[in-house]
Design a protein around this ligand. Sequence first.
Ligand SMILES: Nc1ncnc2c1ncn2[C@@H]1O[C@H](COP(=O)(O)OP(=O)(O)OP(=O)(O)O)[C@@H](O)[C@H]1O
Length: 731
Amino acid sequence: MIEYTGYIKKIRFYSESSNYIVALIEVEQEDKLITMNGYMNNFNDYDKYLFIGDYEIHPKYGKQFKLNEYRIVLAKESDEIVKYLSSPLFKGIGKKLAQQIVDSLGEDCLSKIKADKHSLDFVIGMTEKRRDTIYDTLTNSDYDQEVMQFFMGHGISLKNLGLIQGFYQEKTLDVLQNNPYQLIEDIDGIGFKTADDLALKIGGSLDNPNRIKAAIVYCIKQYGFNTGSTYCLIDEIVNMFSKIIYNIDESVFYDYLEELIDEELVIKEDERYYYHEMYEAERNIAKYLKARINRPEELFDENEVNRLLKNYEKKQGITYALKQKEALNYFLKSSVMILTGGPGTGKTTIVQALLKIYSTLYPEDRIGLVAPTGRAAKRLTELTGISACTIHRLLKWDLHSNTFAMNKNNPLDIDVLIIDEFSMVDCLLLSKLFEAGRKINKILFIGDYHQLPSVAPGNVLQDLMEAGVKTIELDEIFRQAKDSGIIQLAHHIISNEIEDMEIFNQFRDINFFSCINYDVIKNVKTIVKKALDEGYDANDIQVLVPMYQGIAGIDALNDALQDIFNPKDEFIESYKIGRIEYRVGDKILQLKNRPDDDVFNGDIGILVEICKKDNFEYLQDTLIVDFDGNLVEYTSQNFNTITHAYCMSIHKSQGNEFKIVIMAVLTDYYIMLRRNLLYTAITRAKQSLFILGNYNAFMQGLNNYQDSRRKTTLKTRFESDEELNVYDFME
Ligand SMILES: Nc1ncnc2c1ncn2[C@@H]1O[C@H](COP(=O)(O)OP(=O)(O)OP(=O)(O)O)[C@@H](O)[C@H]1O
């Protein structure tokens, strides 16, 4: 092994996602620059490094120094130290102060500071803040080094290092050494396979109890996420388990499952197995709502309400339908209700009136308005004139710790809660909302149960309706809405009235083009070009398909559409992440919730800037995306949370609306085609709908709704006589 000490001079290549670097280094031991390749994390050109490695002959590039291990070494020479301390690594420290430090403390100043930060106290120009910055930067970098050594020493890829250290901080090594399987629980994006690889590399054994137990829990949870069910049966666990753990005796599996049940991490009820959180979530929801449903009705001044209603009717220039009035009355007198109905049945219209009337009657009451996605919350704000937010935001969710600051001990200070797009809300999130909601007196759920259920487990809206939560279903399509073929089509789907293709000829705003999968891209491009010519833009036009792969999948369509919406141009900056080339001006889809930055799964933005690492303002390559005025930065740590949005999955489009929707329905997507999926896609369109593909596939999808029920037990919880601990849930 050869050891060199020196600096990184020039970076020839660097992959943010894998931390692979090819660089020229300047070292004390040689008088020429050396080409080095290997893996480095968080490097910079101010730190002095010890590079350990050997020469190898690269088949294409010739002789290169292959880095095996590296660590930061403290600069020893006075001018090196000044350069280092005044580098951007130490924010707010200039050359002058750096020189003062060396002059006062000598050339071993860095070790002195690390041993005692107060050694800086007597340096001229030092403040408490600067002192702490210097000390923290020096000691954090020590710990970073140690963690990196640990990764490299065990041959673990540095790929997930940022993610892991970001979460555990100074506890990283503790967790890695004691129970790496904890990563699955704590870090979004690390599954059993990654944690297991890591555990085995650091010497974990194949029959380690933590390993087997983590695998069982993982199977139960994963089954829930794959199917949307809140529990699973034993065969389903065994089936998944046998695919990830081999050579384990069946009796061992059952012993550990039993242990997990004893520890109450897994709950067994009759033949059903639940991950404990899911079990508790269902129970919480039922308990919370039961405590409210059984409350006596509230009295209100009916004459005053009628007077206000008449005024409001006048203002809106309409007469409310009987069911709309019923919804208003029920909302005023009861604690919990569901308002449902297909598109154009006047849900928004009556909610607008209901909010106005309620706040006139009870001006003191605080109303919380929420929706599951950022876009849906924004639309709700626009429609009601009252500021709405996402549920995650209301609960002050913290991404890193995956905890909610608003909770049982720190409840929400609101009296009335209104949740829109409720079909998208899953079991766990609703339970968290209720945990923080003991001061809430009145809840209104608004949603269309014909739409897709939540991505995460649960079938909450339908379950609550079936459990007997008072539901008002609006079913009259109003005149304005009747002009829309899209709304009519949606209602024909609800009432099972589509028998043949004829329906598509009746409406001007719906077009069905029969074509095979190979022609989808060509046809989509033709429609998009025409819409652009007519003055629509990328925000107005949305292509929706259910699958990522294939010749008419999301990936292929996004590539083709990027060339139309934002073609390659030597003057437009671009940046490659994996197989995707991003260009300034691209339409971007957010794939994960990031509450700190107020951007949520399903939000759509525009890529406005690509900033290459300059070691000064940008310590890493950074993409900046504009979400309706909210500028959000992305670096290699979260590049995987965005993708192109020209085409997106129907699931991701939930809660969004677009002027023009182009959807493909092909036999290729056979397993995905279900009525609620097609219905959700169709109802995203506000002005024009284009369906491309195969008519039989479309019809098959519409008829596919019987078997799609998720396995849940929320409804059963309402039937149980479990004693209510009312104080848990009410003030
Ligand atoms: N009582 C009524 N009389 C006449 N028109 C009405 C009445 N209620 C609602 N409308 C009109 O019907 C149309 C659809 O109403 P609204 O937007 O409230 O429906 P929605 O159920 O919220 O639809 P979506 O689910 O698509 O948002 C609107 O143009 C609205 O003005």
